[in-house]
Design a protein around this ligand. Sequence first.
Ligand code: PPE
Length: 307
Amino acid sequence: MVGITPLKYLWMDGKFVAWEDAKVHVLTHALHYGYAVFEGIRCHSTPKGPAIFRLDEHLERFLNSAKIYRMNIGYTVKQLHDECVELVRRNGIQDAYIRPIAFSGYGQMGLDPTKCPVQVALTLWNWGAYLGEEGLEKGVRATVSSWIRVDSRALPPQAKCAANYANSALAKMEATSAGYDEAIMLNSNGMVAEGPGENIFRVKDGVVSTPPASSGILRGITRDTVIKFVEDLGYVFRRNDFTREEIFTADELFYTGTAAGITPIREVDGRLIGNGGYPITKRFQTLYDNVIHGREPKYEAWLSYVQ
Ligand code: PPE
């Protein structure tokens, strides 16, 4: 198993601490009840030094997740923005996956989290290709999960809450233990929702589509980025629901996510998607790679430079 390689500093409750000192007590409330909201953000090398991609959009989603859960983070987007930039700078790295997290801390057990202090941490580590380098290049093999995606009447999927990821973990383990790379989850209406940690897109006859927020998904920032690309590159875009059989018959399918980037799906439950090629996905992948690495001036407003 590949472990996390320690870096120098993390940020906890308002200050930078040495990597090995970023600890919590075993009676931390969130560890028992899943009451934590988090983000996943990437920082990449560019010709002007490291740059964090769509930092403020991620931090806004972070504060919104907290709001849904009545959690008071106590920091503004601007404050968290500056601390994230400083975190990357202090660690002296170019490429990083940044994981802000806010959670019910140590103090009181029992279900009501409002009795606990809220702890906030900004963490980071090196994270390579989420579904493997080969997956990025050749596409991954997916399976439709027997687990349905959390329903908004049970857990709000638009809040990036740790508890939602128990549902994701069940789907992920089911897929990988059956020999697939990743799961595709349907919602409680039987329509396609998303992956355990990615949004999903379908290409059919030149039309690019993705399920709407009302299908019970996390409103992904990479999803939003791709929607912009679809429009800028002149493809037809539709935000619409699709069924399981419509994924089998797609010309191209791909996952999007901060961790996953844009990853083609080559096969679903033993069916080759299209003819196995993915020319349109490839165009988005190439553009995305150029944008996050600061090689596309048109999209530079999405970058927060560290130096
Ligand atoms: N849906 C889910 C359920 C999800 O977790 C993610 C991100 C997305 C869609 C895509 O959102 P965005 O990153 O804003 O484009 N999943 C994060 C965590 C993955 C993990 O395993 O941890 C991520 O990609 O950072």
